[in-house]
Design a protein around this ligand. Structure first.
Ligand SMILES: [Zn+2]
Length: 382
């Protein structure tokens, strides 16, 4: 638009429909409204009235007492800076009020942004508290049910190794752990699955899965005992449920607050297939290590198995060609220097004459039996 020309409209009874579009021309001593087919109006600048109206006060209305029944309007705010109009009565007021309205909108947006970021920040801070509260509302019995339902997913694959002799040997390692954990709403059930990956994980509610590949890397019953106690600790601290709950989002959590814990469990069950690769926070891992240490010393089992095992895992992670099966475990259970140091510190805190019992397991035989079972399983598959 050239200087002094603006797009606009005018209201007047003689227009069809009461209004018409046209050009607004500001120049000399007049503001003229010029519709294409003529029949416009000239409002003298001297004595012109300006007011804001329309949606959000975006539209500027011009009237003059000499032109009764006419109302010229535009949404082009550039007109407010027109040199001819600048000093007209009402323009300064209209400008000021528009600036004020804009400032108010800016303030409102700023306020909204601050409030939103504060909400996000506090949600971030309180998230774990919200998760904990939500999880606390889930009855252990439901969690046990959930764990069994999730384990059924693995059982269906037919990978569980169910061998009497192997189970008998394995129970000699598991029994002291189960006994030391003691009374718990989560009955521990250990399962050995045929899988070459060096991995183990706990499902909510007491189901613990150890892959056959893990035994390939463990060299003693004590090393196995440590991971069983570690996974048992994840169970008793409800780490699986807490980790899952922190991922399902606020909506599912809100449902728990509305006493519909079944809804959350349904969501968790849906995602259950990923439990083998569920990564716990460092805090959870530290807590599980410390609890495992306490469980084993309570059981009279040498907890140093954890240290020798972690050192091996650490070596594995340093292998330049780091094979996949080892890395899977390290992703969920990083054998960090920090974890090894913490366990060594705990070992140093033991009484000097701490005595540990012999687990009475022929670990070599256990591995041989496992090899036999895995071999049988492989043959059946072929
Ligand atoms: Zn862990």
């Amino acid at each position: 638009m050239p200087d002094g020309l603006y797009n606009g409209w005018a209201f007047h009874d003689h227009f069809e429909g009461g209004r018409k579009p046209g050009r607004i021309e500001v120049g000399g001593r007049f503001l003229a409204f010029l519709p294409e087919d003529g029949g416009g109006v000239e409002l003298p600048i001297d004595g012109i009235q300006v007011r804001r109206g329309g949606a959000a006060g975006r539209i500027l209305f011009f009237t003059h007492e000499s032109a009764e029944g006419w109302e010229v309007y535009t949404s082009d705010h550039a007109i407010l800076n027109d040199p001819t109009l600048k000093h007209a009565y009402g323009i300064t007021r209209a400008l000021r009020s528009i600036r004020r309205a804009k400032a108010i909108i800016r303030l409102a947006i700023l306020f909204l942004l601050i409030t939103l970021s504060a909400a996000v920040v506090s949600l971030w801070f309180f998230r774990s508290a919200i998760v904990n509260q939500a999880v606390d509302r889930i009855p252990p019995a439901l969690e046990v049910k959930l764990g069994k339902a999730l384990y059924a997913h693995y059982a269906k694959t037919g990978a569980e190794i169910d061998d009497e002799e192997l189970t008998c040997q394995f129970q000699r390692i598991a029994a002291p752990v189960i006994q030391a954990v003691g009374d718990s709403p989560y009955p521990l059930e250990f399962h050995i699955l045929q899988n070459a990956e060096v991995n183990m994980f706990a499902l909510p509610g007491g189901q613990v899965v150890v892959f056959s590949g893990f035994f390939e890397r463990a060299d003693s019953a004590e090393e196995v005992a440590f991971v069983l106690a570690h996974e048992a600790a994840h169970v008793s601290h409800r780490h699986g449920l807490r980790t899952l709950a922190s991922r399902v989002g606020v909506v599912a959590l809100t449902r728990v607050f509305l006493s519909d814990s079944r809804a959350l469990l349904a969501v968790l069950a849906e995602r259950g297939a990923n439990l083998a690769s569920l990564k716990y926070s460092r805090d959870f891992e530290r807590e599980a290590d410390e609890t495992a240490f306490a469980t084993l010393t309570e059981a009279g089992v040498d907890p140093r198995g954890g240290i020798t095992l972690f050192r091996k895992f650490r070596e594995d992670s340093r292998l330049p060609d780091g094979s996949e099966r080892v890395l899977a475990l390290l992703q969920t259970h990083p054998a960090t220097e920090e974890r090894i140091e913490r366990l060594e510190e705990l070992v140093r805190s033991l009484p000097p004459k701490a005595h540990f019992k012999n687990l009475e397991v022929d670990y070599k035989k256990l591995k041989e039996r496992l090899d036999h079972c895995v071999g049988v399983g492989t043959k059946e598959k072929e």
